[in-house]
Design a protein around this ligand. Sequence first.
Ligand code: NAD
Ligand code: ZN
Ligand code: ZN
Length: 338
Amino acid sequence: MKAAIVSQFKEQLEIKDIPVPKVGPRDVLVKIHACGVCHTDLHACHGDWPVKPKLPLVPGHEGVGEIVEVGSEIHHLSLGDRVGVPWLYSACGQCDYCLEGKETLCMSQQNAGYSVDGSYAEFCLADGEYVVKIPDEVSYVQAAPLFCAGVTTYKALKVAEVKPGQWVAIVGAGGLGHLAIQYAVAMGMNVIAVDTGEDKMALAKKLGAVHCIDFKKDNPSEKIQELVGGVHGVVCTAVSKVAFEESYRSLRRGGTFVLVGLPPEDMPLPIFDTVLNGVKVVGSIVGTRKDLKECLQFAAEGKVKAIIEVKPLEQINEIFADMMEGEITGRIVMDMSS
Ligand code: NAD
Ligand code: ZN
Ligand code: ZN
């Protein structure tokens, strides 16, 4: 099968012919139709984070397609089922976290396109317990970005605990952020979007942001304090330490700062302000299978629609180059059936 492979960190991906993975009793084999390109894939290929991915690696954790083989011990899935293979490739199912329905915190989890091969390929192996079905109303290319960007931001907004009518800031309106704006609007929140460039500002406005702040023109936190007296919640998806510091300063007293983006740097946390202002600082990692099911339902009902550009797998290195320059508006989805 054709796959895009990274063999050395920071080197170009190569399109190679590799064997189709063998299906174990608890696996399914998915013929990939589409796969979104997440900034996490770029971090993986660069070895940006303290925990490194396997090498060589087939990246990709927004892969969607049809099941073409079902392991002998999997009884709830059938050939032809339309599913996605999310970042949470598998978890143990037995630890305290798994038992509490917090499987994304499982210490024994595997991650697609990181600790195991992912969906930048014609076929992807998946754990039968952890694939999630795609509603009929949602096409493959539309579903792909929801399997990471969608579920991650939907979950982050739940964690932010912003109520309908309150203010939320979405800092970074890229692949994740443009979906965060839509989920926030659908959940009844008032949105302030922060990013840069006319295209992203126009898109954020179109998707329902009340205020759009270009961080290259205005100081986002000062502007947010001036406009609404600080936000009740902020979800930062930007790959930038400055963006995290600005997000923190955008909060009103009692507000919640949800950390989602994963720049390789650290951020100093002001103790005095955190205590006096009673703010909450909380990390949020992707979403559970239940979160995914809910997040897909928003798309099935037409409340959320990823803004995508479809490209072939062969263009992955160009796509990464554009991503590094911040030149992508919405999400790039690779059409694997072409
Ligand atoms: P992206 O490149 O599509 O979007 C990032 C956006 O941030 C871009 O639009 C960029 O212009 C903007 N930006 C850069 N500097 C900024 C600043 N100072 N202020 C405001 N915006 C700024 O990337 P993506 O696919 O949306 O992923 C974003 C980050 O989220 C990555 O680090 C990725 O690894 C991480 N991520 C985390 C989770 C999780 O579960 N926590 C899941 C998926 C992705
Ligand atoms: Zn992702
Ligand atoms: Zn577990």
